[in-house]
Design a protein around this ligand. Structure first.
Ligand SMILES: [Zn+2]
Ligand SMILES: [Zn+2]
Ligand SMILES: [Zn+2]
Ligand SMILES: [Zn+2]
Length: 198
C-alpha cells in the first residue's frame, strides 16, 4: 500500500505524476496531459516537515491534438494524454452541440461539480435544468405550504416540500410544541412524560 494512502509524503508513480493543459490553436480543445517526475529528493523544511520535491523533464515535445489531430509543435514534455479527462472534455463539447446544458445557468451535462458528482439534467416544461436551478425554480413556483399546525422544508434532493415539523398539543398540560414529523407520536411533553413516570 503506498504511503499516500496514509497522507504521508510519497513518491509513488501517481504522486510523481502531474497533469497540465495545452490548448490546441486550431480547434481550441484543451488537451489534458500527464508528465512524470524524472528526479525527486526528500527534504525537511524549517517546520521539520518532510516532503518530496519533484523535478520534471525540461525538454519539449510535439503533441497531436486529441480532438482534431493537429500537430502542435514544442509543448512542454509529457508522457501521455490524461485520457479520461480528454474523453470527458470531448463528451462535454458534444453535449453543448446537442443542447444538453442547463437553461438557466448553462452548466453542461456531465460536467464535474465539486469533486465527484457529474451534472445531471432534468426536464421541466420542455426545458432542461440542472438540479440546483430546478430546485430554485420549483421553490418559486410552489409556495411554502406551511401553516399554523405544520411546517414544511424544501428538500433540494427530492425537489419537493416535505413535512418537517408538526404542532402537537400535550394531552396533560395542553401546551403546544413543535415536533419533528417523525417524532409526532410523542403525544405528551417531556415534563409531563417524566412526571407520569415518577
Ligand atoms: Zn503516492
Ligand atoms: Zn485540435
Ligand atoms: Zn443550472
Ligand atoms: Zn405536558
Amino acid at each position: 500500500m503506498p504511503n499516500c494512502d496514509w497522507g504521508k509524503p510519497c513518491e509513488c508513480k501517481e504522486c510523481r505524476t502531474k497533469s497540465f493543459d495545452v490548448k490546441c490553436p486550431k480547434c481550441n480543445f484543451n488537451n489534458s496531459l500527464e508528465v512524470e517526475a524524472d528526479f525527486w529528493e526528500y527534504s525537511i523544511d524549517k517546520n521539520n516537515l518532510g516532503d518530496y520535491n519533484f523535478s520534471y523533464p525540461q525538454t519539449k515535445k510535439d503533441l497531436v491534438c486529441y480532438a482534431c489531430s493537429y500537430l502542435i509543435i514544442d509543448v512542454p514534455f509529457f508522457n501521455n494524454y490524461n485520457k479520461s479527462r480528454c474523453e470527458n472534455r470531448l463528451k462535454l463539447i458534444e453535449n453543448i452541440k446537442q443542447g444538453r446544458f442547463c437553461n438557466c445557468c448553462n452548466v453542461v451535462e456531465g460536467d464535474i461539480k465539486g469533486c465527484f458528482s457529474k451534472i445531471e439534467l432534468l426536464k421541466h416544461d420542455n426545458n432542461l435544468y440542472c438540479k440546483a436551478c430546478l430546485a430554485d425554480f420549483l421553490l418559486k413556483e410552489n409556495p411554502d405550504p406551511s401553516n399554523s399546525q405544520e411546517k414544511y422544508e424544501f428538500d433540494k434532493v427530492e425537489l419537493k416540500w416535505k413535512k418537517n415539523k408538526i404542532k402537537v398539543q400535550c394531552p396533560k398540560c395542553n401546551k403546544n410544541r413543535w415536533l419533528k414529523a417523525e417524532h409526532s407520536w410523542r403525544k405528551m411533553c417531556k415534563n409531563c412524560y417524566f412526571l407520569s413516570k415518577s
